[in-house]
Design a protein around this ligand. Sequence first.
Ligand SMILES: [Mg+2]
Length: 231
Amino acid sequence: MQYVKNETNNIFFDIDGTLIDTSERHYRIYKDILYSYGIQKIFSKRKFWNQKREGKKTVEIIYKKSFKQLKKNFAHDWLTKIEDRKYLKFDKLFSGCLNVLSDLKKTNDLIFVTMRNNKKNLLWELDNFGLNKYCSKIIVGSPIDLKSKVPLINKYIIKNQRGKNIIIGDTEMDIAAGKKLGILTIASIYGIRSKQFLSRLEPDYYLSKLSKLPKILKRVENDSIPEFKKT
Ligand SMILES: [Mg+2]
């Protein structure tokens, strides 16, 4: 399928790590969990993020590997804190976010896709940032079932057929979902994973800064794009 200029496209935006910088929230929760197990020697934020970006699980980013109790409970502790408003307030919008969305919304259908448990706090956060007015739909999957993104996006595309379907996200799950659906994939490489890590999934494009997205979409104009695969 060829892209037709000024055609309305479905653009699926991951939220955390793509529109919103969650690095401070993640780091604070990581630290607070480790402290709660009496662990005092903790990596700096930079070292923590370098390891995350290379694909390391958060629970593995500890100096000593012998905290069995921590390993056992980490996922539970993480999930109870990760969407708490006390921590959500440390999130920030990536530079240029609102301008980019407002510009793209003129000619595209913008859909936010996220994996969160607490929908009320998600809407609270989107409202605080003024993000909700830019999207036509918010698709919320379960953070426990990371593959739930695929059927939800699939359903949306079938109902809302547009010129082109594009997914933008910062994790391997976002790119894998896009590949599975046969839609165009753009990897935001300023979020939770590095370019090197995401490159093994062979995304169609890399986005080094959110503000560069309109430029990338211009480049997409003349590209042939994958065929949507109904799943
Ligand atoms: Mg993300």
